[in-house]
Ligand binder design. Sequence first.
Ligand code: SF4
Length: 275
Amino acid sequence: MSTIINSIPAKLFDKFRDQKLIVRLNDVGEYRKYLQTDDLNDVVAVQLRSSDFEVDEIQNIGGNVPVDIVMDHPSVQFPQLYRFAKLTDTRPVRVSIHVRSGFKNAVKLALALRFDVKLEVGQPGPALIDEMAEVLEIYLHRSTVTHRIEYFHSIFMGFFHGDTSNLWSIQEDDPEKFCYVTDEGVEGISQRFGRTNPEDILRAVSNQETNTEQIEKSECDTCQYLACCGGYFKWPEKEYDCTGVKSLFETIEKASAELKSDLKAFAVSQGEMPE
Ligand code: SF4
């Protein structure tokens, strides 16, 4: 079986059965029509793309399949998250929040409701970088936060453990691992990349993995965050100014170094030999 995870519209569920799937549901009617089955072993997540759901019905989806609630317009949609609060009784819940003006309120509420968060981030300008920095501050320093905010969490853990976590994978946009199937059944790359030629994205990802060619000679090859970013923020617009996203990487890197240092000092205070 292919290890690629396919994001498919619910109406294509039968066609893609036996493959690893993220099933997109636009409304509760699609759930009733296509997903009333116990055969959900290969469903990695069900993605709710509107708030028009009877939560009790979603609660009944078999196998405790994780649910991913997509918020395209978080500044106005966020109060709807309350409706999904009970879902955590039966399954993991994540909210995929588009980084648009005012998105931080959705992040705060999602965390309060014990949901994981994924930031759907494009190429943020200065105002959105400021808002992301506020959210990062919450993730790093608010003691009541117990759930993940991606991509911050995986990058933090990557710095902490000395791994090179890769933003393409973290964001589920690596075309070697994820396939987006449109509502018309066309298989392609993540919608984040708009009209970009899929071959260009594939080449970019495989080049940074094999390290035979840099993705963006002008800025990425001197960027200290190339290992974890992989040139991700240079798509789809190569001219994008990375000053803001680099400052976020820097904040995460410093916080992980501080944690390491605190843990070392604690180990010494306990009479243990630090690693
Ligand atoms: S932060 Fe920008 S310059 Fe650095 S690797 Fe990522 S895309 Fe390239």
